[in-house]
Design a protein around this ligand. Structure first.
Ligand code: FPP
Length: 304
């Protein structure tokens, strides 16, 4: 169903109450199984959404920001601890200055909203962390970032990482640079340099987490220099065709449901393997007890 039809549905009496009830049931179903710890989104397709719907480009990004609010609400209600979102790549600075300005002003509005009372962060106890190369940002955005990080730092149930302006390579370079500096200042020795130290020096710092599910909307199957370290052997990467502004509760729910289903199968498999190991051990024990204390001569490897 397209966003126009779903928006219209909201105005039919009783529909939003019914929808709220359906969503609560679906969330409760998910809560009976494993929940991912970290979800990450590449919010792709805002400009194509605007073009297809004959809207100004600005409106595509604005509806993209609204979609993010809905998706975050869904993730936090389900119980996902960390969510990371790729709001602006360092590469995006090559876009037209008017578009960069649009995204920056949108971000300012959204940061103010996140910091205000009784909004998403207060409702779900969400700490906001902006990760990225802040040297690219103007003073006014820097002070907004400081304000929202300060205002939400006491929240301890969820973390929302906003990658802005960010690339994984820049993050890895930043960590390497910091480690070299610490080494030169004799704060660490060569023996201290390992994967944990590297990871703890990312923009993410001590809150850095492996990602369980990475979603890139709009059908593009590229990582765009994102989550290169955080994706590990068990990370699931999804490339739905939905344009980001059309991505909503049911898309998020379905993505987590699939992950949870496969995770349950894996857990069950490993429990069965564990049981098999135990029963094999029992058999071995029983067999050992039945072995005669003195080996019969034909089974002996001794010469006598
Ligand atoms: C990618 O779609 C989207 C962006 C570069 C900007 C995303 C930013 C927002 C949705 C605002 C975020 C707000 C907060 C609070 C984090 P695109 O422009 O590349 O679209 P296209 O693939 O159709 O060209």
């Amino acid at each position: 169903m397209d966003s126009y039809a779903t928006n219209l549905l909201q105005y039919i009496p009783g529909v939003s109450i019914l929808e709220g009830a359906i969503q609560s049931v679906l969330i409760n179903i998910l809560k009976t199984g494993p929940i991912p710890n970290h979800l990450s989104f590449v919010m792709d397709g805002n400009r194509r959404f605007a073009k297809i719907n004959n809207l100004p480009l600005k409106e595509g990004h604005r509806q993209g920001a609204d979609a993010l609010a809905r998706v975050l609400d869904c993730c936090f209600r389900i119980g996902v601890k960390n969510v990371t979102t790729y709001a602006f790549s360092i590469e995006n600075f090559s876009r037209k200055p008017e578009e960069v300005d649009t995204i920056f002003s949108l971000l300012k509005v959204k940061l103010a909203m996140l910091a205000s009372e009784n909004q998403l962060c207060d409702l779900h106890s969400v700490r906001v962390k902006i990760i990225g190369n802040k040297s690219y940002l103007p003073e006014d955005i820097l002070s907004d970032i400081e304000m929202v990080e300060e205002r939400t730092k006491h929240h301890d149930k969820h973390v929302l990482f906003i990658a802005f302006p960010y690339t994984s390579r820049d993050d890895m370079w930043y960590a390497t640079d910091k480690i070299i500096e610490k080494f030169n200042n004799k704060e660490i020795t060569l023996d201290d340099i390992n994967q944990d130290l590297f990871q703890n020096n990312f923009y993410y710092n001590e809150l850095s987490e492996n990602v369980d599910i990475l979603v890139r909307t709009s059908g593009h199957t590229r990582l765009s220099d994102y989550m290169l370290w955080q994706c590990h052997q068990d990370s699931v990467i999804e490339f739905p065709n939905t344009l980001w502004p059309n991505y909503r509760f049911y898309n998020t729910w379905w993505t987590i449901f699939k992950w949870s289903y496969y995770k349950t199968l894996i857990i069950q498999d490993s429990e069965i393997m564990q049981l098999k190991k135990i029963s094999q051990k029992d058999v071995d024990e029983k067999y050992k007890r039945e072995i005669p204390k003195i080996h019969p001569p034909f089974a002996s490897v001794n010469k006598h």
